[in-house]
Design a protein. Structure first.
Length: 492
């Protein structure tokens, strides 16, 4: 029997170390086979989150072998108090996810504090534990510890693991952890997920509105005709009535759907972590896929309508593309060196881009020439423009702040700032004179235009990703898979 150590003995979550779970020959073979195939993770993850290298492969035979080697050391049954209702309950050990990720950390590379996402094979088969083999140990590098934290908001380290070659750690997806920066040498790990099957009766979503939600994170919500359309990590686009009854679903993307855009009354645009943009046309009471484009070298993050026939896209490669309804690229330029988190029209002649590089830029729509720029200290993650002629707009940032700007004589001027969230500001909307923000502190907040007075607050169980404002309601979507409709309060 292998030695098993409980890394967090005072916590309720599983966090186990299995010493020497895999021998030196296995670890060396995996490193030798994969050493030449690593790619930067920046095509799928921003620098503020992680900057290591990785490769991904589907390998059922390897997953079967790994599971056979370790299944006697893994809890056969679990009771999970997860963030989402659909993750909670009693579960029985099933298998190892065949989606294998092998990661390399070079000097100055890291993976900041995070939770591992649940992999959904179905509503009743889900991953519950992270599976991580350390293919080499700290005799080959400095730094690179795995650290566990008490919560998202606190940097109190409650446990640490110093890597040794062949060790395996398994831990609950609900534990906040990080991969410490490597100071010298090279660190290698193999990562997957342990799958469990539901034992108890399926927990029904208790929401009255859009009851089914999504399996996992919801990234985007838009209004289309008289419907609501959402997209998420389950790769599904779901169409709902205005009262939250599901009408039908669209499939076609191979990874998380990150943004939806209504181009006109008949055309919906979607973009994804699978690096594709899809153009859907509604006719004869159904959506048909018109075009599927791959015009970015990395995740496609944002879309912006120009008119009924054209739109802009921005991605992890820092490119902005101008694309027609037929899927033809009629312009492209390098707007940023890192992720473009958002694009918004400023007026008929110009648009805004915001980025992971902390830059806010104004561009001429016809020439793609830069008009002006503003540089902050942290990434800018969201932007919204006031629908009037005053050229005023707001941006939300990684540090939880929201800043109000205006453009006068083609120059960007900062006019107000508020510390509005205790996490990244993921989305911004304007409703009359109110600013509505959603953040990684799990909250939707409604502010006056000065960002000084909080008018209303809505609480989710996980990060808020997007917001749709209707005449009487605020509809918000989150990492918790829920679609919440909240009645707007009258402004005071």
């Amino acid at each position: 029997m292998k030695e098993i150590i409980d890394i967090l003995p005072t916590r309720g979550e599983v966090c186990l170390l299995i010493r020497g779970a895999f021998d030196r020959q296995f670890c060396d073979r995996i490193i030798d086979e994969t050493r030449k195939n690593f790619r930067p993770a920046k095509t799928h993850y921003p620098r503020s989150y992680r900057n290591n290298e990785r490769q991904v492969k589907e390998d059922e035979s390897l997953a079967t072998f790994l599971f056979k080697e370790i299944k006697n050391y893994v809890p056969s049954k679990l009771k999970i108090d997860g963030i989402s209702q659909l993750e909670q309950g009693e579960w029985e050990l099933r298998s190892l996810n065949s989606h294998i990720r092998i990661c390399r950390y070079l000097p100055e590379q890291y993976f900041h504090k995070h939770l591992d996402g649940v992999y959904y094979e179905s509503i009743d088969v889900q991953s519950k534990l992270t599976f991580m083999i350390y293919l080499n140990g700290t005799e080959e590098y400095e730094g690179g510890r795995t650290l566990f934290f008490s919560s998202k908001v606190e940097d109190i380290i409650i446990g640490e693991y110093i890597p040794r070659k062949g060790d395996l750690i398994i831990f609950d997806h609900n534990l906040w952890h990080s991969g410490e920066e490597v100071r010298s040498g090279e660190k290698y790990i193999l990562r997957s997920d342990i799958l469990y099957s539901r034992l108890d009766v399926k927990v029904e979503n208790q929401e009255d509105f859009c009851q089914d939600g999504h399996l996992g994170y919801i990234w985007s919500i838009v209004n289309f005709r008289d419907w609501i359309i959402t997209g998420g990590r389950d790769k599904d686009i779901k169409i709902w009535t205005s009262e939250g009854a599901k009408l039908f679903e669209l499939q076609g993307h191979q990874n998380s759907i990150l943004k939806l855009l209504k181009l006109n009354s008949e055309v919906l645009i979607s973009c994804s972590r699978d690096q594709s943009i899809k153009i859907w046309k509604y006719r004869s009471k159904q959506f048909e896929l018109q075009s599927s484009l791959k015009v970015h070298n990395g995740t496609v993050l944002c879309l912006c309508r120009i008119n009924n026939q054209e739109f802009l896209s921005g991605g992890a490669d820092g490119l902005v593309n101008r694309i027609t309804l037929e899927g033809k690229i009629i312009g492209t330029h390098q707007a940023h060196e890192e992720w473009i988190w958002g694009i918004e029209r400023l007026d008929e002649e110009s648009y805004i881009t915001i980025g992971e590089d902390g830059l806010l830029k104004i561009w001429d729509l016809s020439t793609s020439n830069q008009i002006d720029k503003w540089l902050g200290e942290v990434p800018i993650n969201s932007v919204v423009v006031k629908d009037d002629e005053r050229n005023e707009f707001y941006v939300g940032r990684l540090d939880g702040s929201i800043i109000k700007f205006k453009v006068a004589n083609q120059v960007i001027e900062k006019i107000a700032e508020g510390n509005c969230h205790s996490g990244i500001v993921r989305c911004l909307k304007i409703d009359q004179n109110m600013i509505i923000s959603g953040g990684e502190d799990n909250r939707v907040k409604i502010w006056d235009s000065t960002l000084k007075t909080l008018q209303q607050e809505i609480v989710h169980e996980n990060f808020v990703q997007d917001i749709l404002v209707t005449e009487n309601s605020i509809i918000s979507v989150s990492y918790d898979g829920r679609i919440l409709r909240t009645k707007k309060l009258q402004a005071t």
